[in-house]
Structure formats: C-alpha cells, structure tokens
Design a protein around this ligand. Structure first.
Ligand SMILES: NC(=O)c1ccc[n+]([C@@H]2O[C@H](COP(=O)([O-])OP(=O)(O)OC[C@H]3O[C@@H](n4cnc5c(N)ncnc54)[C@H](OP(=O)(O)O)[C@@H]3O)[C@@H](O)[C@H]2O)c1
Length: 278
C-alpha cells in the first residue's frame, strides 16, 4: 500500500512512520508539506498518488490556540479539509487524528462515538471542525479520537514530570481532570490494524484504564523509583488559558463492536515507554 503521512516529524507522526515501514510510506514534515496550503496539498497528493493519507499534522498547543484562533482553525480544520479534497480526487482513503477535547467533560461514564460533542476551547472546536469537514467531503475516512498522548519524539507529560523531578523535590499536579494516557506506539499499531479493513468511520482509540494527571504522575515516579513529593491540586489552583474537560475518558466502543481486543492498560504501556528510554 502506498501511504503518505503528514506531520511526520511530530510525536505521533514519528511512531506512525515506524509502524508503517512495511508499506511504501512517504513521510512529510511541515516544511515539506504545509497542509494549510491547498495548492501544495493537491499537487503533492496528485503526484504521489497514495492509497492512504495519514494526517498527523495539527496545531497541538492547546493554550496557544486560545490566542491564535485563526491559525488553529487554519491548521486543524482547513488543513484536513484540503487533504480530504485531494484524497477524494485521487480516490485515496484518509486516517485523521482527533481528540478527547471535543467533549466538555460533564459525563459520568466513558464517552462513546455516539455521544454528543461540546468542545470547551478553541483547540477542541477547531479539531471538531476538522472532523466535520472530512466527514462531509469524503466517505473513505477513519477519524480517530485519542487522548493524553506520550511517545518517544515529543514533549509530553511524562517528559515534563521527569524534568521537574530533576529540578524540584516537591511539585503539585492537577487531580480533577481524568483521562486515558495513550502511548503513541500503541496507537500507531492500532492504526495499522484498523486500515486492514474498509470499516470506515469514527473510532475512539486509547489505552485502557484511566487516571487523573496527579495519579499519572505518581505512576511515572513509582515505575522510575523517583522519590518526590507530589501534591494533588485543583484545576483552579493551576490556571491555564484554555479550559479543559474535567472528564474525557473515552470507551473504544466502535473498536470493540468490530471484535477487536482491548488496547492494553496504560500502566503497562507506560512501563514499556519508560524502559525504552533507558
Ligand atoms: N498530544 C496529545 O496529547 C494529543 C491528544 C489527543 C489528540 N492528539 C492529536 O494527535 C495528533 C498528533 O499529535 P502529536 O502529539 O503528535 O502533535 P505534535 O507532536 O505537535 O505533531 C504535530 C505535527 O504537525 C506539524 N504541523 C503543524 N502545523 C502544520 C501544518 N500547517 N502543516 C503540516 N504540518 C504541520 C507540527 O510541526 P511543528 O512542530 O514544526 O509545528 C508537528 O510536527 C494531532 O492531530 C493531535 O491533535 C494529540
């Protein structure tokens, strides 16, 4: 299969490139393909003629999106729109990555693909617009909502905690936002499995289990054997520009309905990631 990966230099893009190395895969970084430029997108896809495009490109700085709203909608909504138009004209399928931040976090049970969305901030709104544009412009799409990503090639919460532990003996971490940490390597492998069938549609894909950021931090330090005092705090005590859902745990319901085995527990995945760092 001929595959084109956008945002290939990012955290997930790197693991997607690795997982798709058995395929004929071309990875393009932002300087090589800016998804906001429709002429560039149609020309590149028209020349390469992929069977599948995997869109890992996004404006992911959640707080910055509040200030740079136009840029957020350009990259996270118009970008996928451009890719959808180009894919449609080349009869290519698309895998597009979205987020748990499309939900407002008021649920008291894991969100399924059938639940209503209500993004709280610009990042979630722009990502949801991207989902809608892809859905309206092409049928052969896999839209994947995932959450709390960490992996080898990117700044992420795990790396932030390990850095803070070198600098401080005591830290505070938010304990009233709950989600499912997901290892990019596991997500990339799930994408490899997903695209083997034409079962297009919307999928929630996260590692199993869930926790708060505080509990996630405690688990990181437990596995690494790091002695640091971690104090739980509220979102209000750690103010950020963008509002975040208090509860964004998602059930991989569509994945389950297709008879797929559950993705492994986040603690097991986290241990493998930490071990791989050496
Ligand atoms: N990280 C998370 O916790 C998380 C959670 C849920 C969903 N997601 C979604 O997962 C996907 C991958 O995220 P990630 O964590 O791997 O993000 P990332 O590391 O920030 O990667 C995104 C990549 O897209 C590139 N990019 C930005 N604007 C672009 C443009 N106009 N054209 C082409 N490329 C562009 C970035 O390049 P520069 O760095 O040079 O700007 C970066 O290499 C995104 O769709 C994100 O919304 C992430």
């Amino acid at each position: 299969m001929k595959v084109l990966v956008t945002g290939a230099g990012g955290m997930l893009g790197t693991d997607i490139m690795h997982a798709f190395k058995e395929h004929n895969t071309l990875g393009l970084t932002k300087p090589e393909l800016d998804i906001t430029k429709i002429d560039q997108v149609t020309k590149t896809i028209g020349q390469y003629k992929p069977d599948l495009v995997i869109n890992c490109a996004a404006y992911t700085k959640v707080d910055d999106c509040e200030i740079n709203k136009d840029l957020a909608f350009k990259v996270n909504a118009l970008g996928p729109r451009n890719l959808a138009i180009a894919c449609q004209s080349q009869a290519a399928a698309i895998v597009h990555i979205s987020t748990d931040y499309v939900f407002d976090g008021t649920a008291n049970r894991p969100y399924t693909e059938f639940d209503s969305t209500k993004p709280l901030g610009v990042y979630g709104q722009s990502k949801f617009a991207g989902e809608q544009l892809i859905k309206s412009l092409m049928t052969r799409h896999f839209i994947i909502r995932t959450s709390w990503l960490y992996g080898a090639n990117g700044p992420n919460f795990v790396e932030t905690m390990l850095r803070l532990a070198k600098e401080y003996s005591e830290i505070k971490v938010v304990n009233d936002q709950q989600g499912s940490p997901t290892y990019t390597k596991d997500l990339a492998q799930a994408v490899v499995e997903l695209i083997k069938t034409p079962a297009y549609g919307l999928y929630h894909l996260t590692n199993s289990g869930n926790c708060t950021w505080y509990q996630f931090a405690k688990e990181i330090f437990r596995i690494e054997g790091i002695d640091i005092k971690v104090n739980p705090c509220t979102t209000e005590a750690f103010p950020r520009p963008a509002p975040r859902p208090k509860y964004s745990v998602m059930e991989n319901y569509f994945w389950k309905l297709h008879g797929r085995p559950p993705m492994r527990d986040y603690k097991e995945a986290l241990k493998e990631y930490l071990d791989s760092r050496g």
